[in-house]
Ligand binder design. Structure first.
Ligand code: NAD
Ligand code: G6P
Ligand code: MN
Length: 447
């Protein structure tokens, strides 16, 4: 069967993740053929550096693909089947502020969790809605696959403000952790595992993991994780060829202490911020946060490599590699384009998938994906511990969206106060006032 060729626009063409996604798309052309690839960004200069290298790569490896980079929405969003969106409104300069402002008050500063995530959410909502609206104006049948963060808040905003839009929110953290689980189990592929999982984005638990014969793989994994977290055997032996930055190594190790809270399940790494906020605050350095680490490493590497490729006009020795984690993006697009019924974890309206949880909450659960979109799989009732945590966190996320829609200072103060990461309402207010000042150019005005 010949597969229909697809037209893609990557929104946030200037993202540090764009080259990895391009390489991954090029490696999967047999499964997901592409006729047109476009980049769209609102920062022309940043995007151009990635685009110039991409042009060289495509000319060498798949010259049949039509490639174009543009800042013009009409040109970008006309005649596309998929919008793959990964924008960062405010870029790393604002991520750095999200991380550093809470730290002035000894509170964790993090990209998607706590006050940093709330601040980022208030910036992202408008940017993501704008992209949905361009898509619907110029390609009304297209689907948007969104991984712009903070995905939980963005997903709640789109559920409420664009309820009929064809948008699916996804996260790569479960994929990244499942790759590690597969290594612990000695499996060749994470796809040999069928998982049950529930939670909010960056806030969930695996409850069951089986191989294709139905054998229970949880006991072996739990034995490993309770001692080593998600550090893999090869990392432990020092024989791993994957380079993991120190901050992620710490996170994967810390997962063991997170797992101890509920010994029968396996946690998402992000729960560490909610269970051990003081440890995290102590472990971080206000003068050098993750944003600094990313700017010094990933951003420098990606842009210098792209500039080098564009200058020498060949990508034969390119040090840009397909992002392993990103393969889920092709799986998702394929599922919709060719009705593959792939089983994947996605962020979707609950509507009973978690029986005893808010039907209007956006949850992360396994879904079967076909050409009509995701069909969530029910995960049953959840225990009081997780339910309590999730109720509190989903209320934070909903209050942020309330604040964005109504321009309410009070709602945002409530959101910050309700976050487990913030110690009290007074500190919440101090952080909020600093964040408002820093985000003047991005947030709606709050009254
Ligand atoms: P980046 O800053 O390198 O790239 C983001 C790009 O978005 C920039 O080029 C910027 O100019 C552009 N942009 C900002 N606002 C825009 C707008 N309104 N319209 C069009 N373009 C706009 O960031 P990055 O580190 O590469 O990350 C990109 C995004 O992907 C972030 O939101 C990040 O959190 C997210 N991400 C999500 C997952 C996930 O699990 N869902 C995984 C990795 C990264
Ligand atoms: C994981 C999460 C993403 C997050 C990223 C941060 O992949 O799933 O949601 O954006 O980590 O990574 P960074 O390297 O930018 O700190
Ligand atoms: Mn994520």
């Amino acid at each position: 069967m010949t597969l229909k060729k697809q037209s893609i626009v990557v929104a946030g063409g200037g993202s540090t993740f764009t080259p990895g996604i391009v390489m991954m798309l090029l490696e999967n052309l047999d499964k997901f053929p592409i006729r047109s690839l476009k980049f769209y960004d609102n920062d022309k200069e940043r995007q151009k550096q990635i685009a110039d290298a991409t042009e060289v790569i495509i000319n060498e490896r798949a010259p049949e693909i039509e490639f174009k980079a543009t800042t013009d929405p009409e040109e970008a969003f006309t005649d596309v089947d998929f919008v793959m969106a990964h924008i960062r409104v405010g870029k790393y300069a604002m991520r750095e502020k999200d991380e550093k402002i809470p730290m002035k008050y000894n509170v964790i500063g993090q990209e998607t969790c706590g006050p940093g995530g709330i601040a980022y959410g208030m910036r992202s909502i408008g940017g993501v809605l704008e992209i949905i609206d361009y898509m619907e104006k110029y390609s009304p049948d297209a689907w948007m696959l969104n991984y712009s963060n903070p995905a939980a808040i963005v997903a709640e905003a789109t559920r409420r403000l664009r309820p009929d839009s064809k948008i699916i929110n996804i996260c790569d953290m479960p994929v990244g952790i499942e790759l590690r689980m597969a290594e612990v189990l000695g499996l060749e592929s994470r796809k040999e595992m069928d998982v049950r999982y529930y939670g909010l984005n960056h806030f969930g638990w695996w409850t069951d993991i089986r191989d294709k014969e139905g054998n229970d793989l949880m006991p072996k994994l739990i034995d490993w994780v309770k001692e080593h977290g998600y550090i893999t055997p090869s990392e432990l032996e020092g024989t791993s060829d994957e380079e993991v930055e120190p901050s992620w190594e710490y996170t994967f190790g810390k997962a063991k202490e997170v797992q101890w809270l509920d010994p029968d399940t396996l946690p998402n790494t992000y729960l560490k911020y909610y269970f051990y906020p003081q440890d995290e605050a102590e472990h971080s350095d206000i003068n050098y946060t993750r944003a600094n680490e990313v700017m010094d490493h990933r951003e420098k590497h990606v842009f210098s490599e792209c500039n080098r490729i564009a200058n020498i006009k060949t990508a034969e020795d390119a040090k840009l590699v397909a992002d392993d984690h990103a393969s889920y993006i092709v799986d998702l697009a394929r599922a919709i384009a060719y009705n593959t019924k792939e089983r994947m974890l996605l962020i979707v309206p609950n509507h009973g998938a978690v029986e005893n949880f808010d039907p209007e909450g956006m949850v992360e659960v396994p879904c079967i994906v076909g050409s009509q979109g995701p069909e969530p799989m029910t995960q049953g009732s959840i225990p009081r511990f997780q339910k309590g945590l999730m109720e509190q966190q989903v209320a934070v996320e909903k209050l942020v969206v309330d604040a964005w829609i109504t321009g309410s200072y009070q709602k945002l103060w409530q959101a910050l106060t309700l976050s487990r990461i913030v110690p009290n309402a007074r500190v919440a207010k101090q952080i909020l006032d600093d964040l408002i000042e820093a985000n003047k150019d991005f947030w709606p005005e709050l009254k």
